[in-house]
Design a protein around this ligand. Sequence first.
Ligand code: GCB
Length: 642
Amino acid sequence: MQAINKKLRNHNTVGGNCYPSTVVFINHHVFMHRKTVLLILFVFSVSLLPAQSNLITNIPSRKTIDLNGRWQYIVDMYETGFYDYRYKERQPADNDAYWNPDTTLNKSARKEYGYNDKYTLRVPGDWNSQDPKFLYYEGTVWYKRSFDFEKPKTPAKLFLYFGAVNYKADVYLNGKKLGSHKGGFTPFNFEIPDSVIKAKNNFLVVKVDNKRYADEIPTLNTDWWNYGGITRDVKLVELPAIAAIQDYFIQLDAANAQSSAIKGWVKLDNATAGEKITIEIPELRVKKILTATGAITPVAFPLPAFQRWSTDNPVRYTVIVSTSADRVEEKIGFRTIRTNEKQILLNGQPVFLRGISIHEEIPQEARRAYSQQDALQLLGWAKGLGCNMVRLAHYPHDETMTRLADSLGILVWSEIPVYWTIDFTSKAVLQKAKEQLDDMITRDHNRASIIVWSVGNETPVSTARTGFMKTLIDEARAKDPTRLVSAALEVNYHSAENLRSIDDPLGEYVDLVAFNQYLGWYGGTPLSCRTANWTTKYKKPLFISETGAEGLGGYHADSLTMWSEEFQEWYYKEQVAMLKRMPDNFAGISPWILADFRSPRRNHPVYQEGWNNKGLIDQQGNRKKAFYILRNYYAEMEKTHH
Ligand code: GCB
């Protein structure tokens, strides 16, 4: 299975089918100017580095067929569809394997499984919230749906695209395995061979397994519910057979804060030498025609006068990229994001991040969020709190969130689930983390809202861990030199005088020194905030990526009574008073958390019952008292830090 997986991953990368045309192109130049060739080779090899992913981006602008809806399913705790009774992996040739087309109508065949309309699940959607029997389920579920397909008249390549499947997906079409993918929060696509797809009754099966393992990302232990299923959109995506635009990076050059030049690249699939790429920004009367330099073509041109994207004025321009055979467009905002020793600078201007952390969950329905409407609810709540920033914890959220953040002018911290006790000594685990990081960046690298790529959360300091995290930081920078890189760190030291310092060695490598603190919840009382002082040896902006306390919605008592809304309110009051005394490199905060969320670790029989209740909004969607404390602080900060 792994061999297939590896092959598929390589298949559409630059080492695969894009490469030959490049070689032809370079050879062609060898006869012309040696210097040009060397230059091209250099540019080419540099630009090759960041492009590991085979992802097709900007799906909303593609020719697609929606495969969402109701899928039939089989729950398979023992993975009987995958292993025989000797626990050997079944092969597609096995007649009774679950992924084979359900055509055995032969009455004499003994078959102990079947897809049936009696058992259906909504896609996209987690399974846990769709039927009470799934509430705590972690394991395998087989999903199946049929579809018809009219073959396009012009030659095309067809892909099956998944927004996300948690955690492992094995995908079969008409009895043929298309591939497998691990990672619950990032998109992936498999090419469908022409010989496999049919006009009628295509039989599509996805085996989804969300069991947790020590050597996966996240690992066995987290503080959120491990929702299983095909949690995001499924689509058929059609790309032209030649000169398809697979991906592109069209961003302001990060060289200086007031930059007004575009610097990026366009990645083509199967382009021939001399292919023309056109980039248009009609509102700015920009039209650039480039000649493809192999799979990846660098893009660089100055922009005429334009408005910069910002939180007050989230202006976006329609950008159209086209080739002889393909055309995609989307709205892109242009802005710079940088830091100096003390501040975060958006378009060169200091910005204080009035943030909130968010899990991808709709509390009132105890389910994963996935739709535009869900994103509107969550980001609408954040706006109601007075936020200009959200930390999308602890994994990449659905693309609707980052696209909506672009249009609302909300800054975003986006993170991979390198959380707590990942196996930092394993190269294989590092590779998995890199793939998730690459795919997160690839999907969203044109989003103006995203200002921080976070490589993890509360990872325990050790030499192996710091090496692991540094590799991820380097990778993020190589893939995207325009954004900040950070990670939520822990505070490991405080003196007798209540001086707390962030001295994690990773601080040296991040752009933003971010840390989580729960002063007055985990240890001490909120009174400790009165004497606490914060410092870091790094000359960088300081960001509090978490702080919070539980308060059960609707439970009222005096402020000293833990778990009450009043306690949580008091906690926030003391925190806010402390924030007002932070050192001058304090650049923002994203408290924990916007809304209550399900967590298997939270088992107090009265105050938790399987929920982490640190939300400022409760399980029913009501604001708690603490919501207003933070909102007032943010209103003040908005006035004074503008
Ligand atoms: C943390 C974690 C977050 C937890 C939170 C808590 O530090 O980063 O995932 O949910 O604390 O509630 O304890």
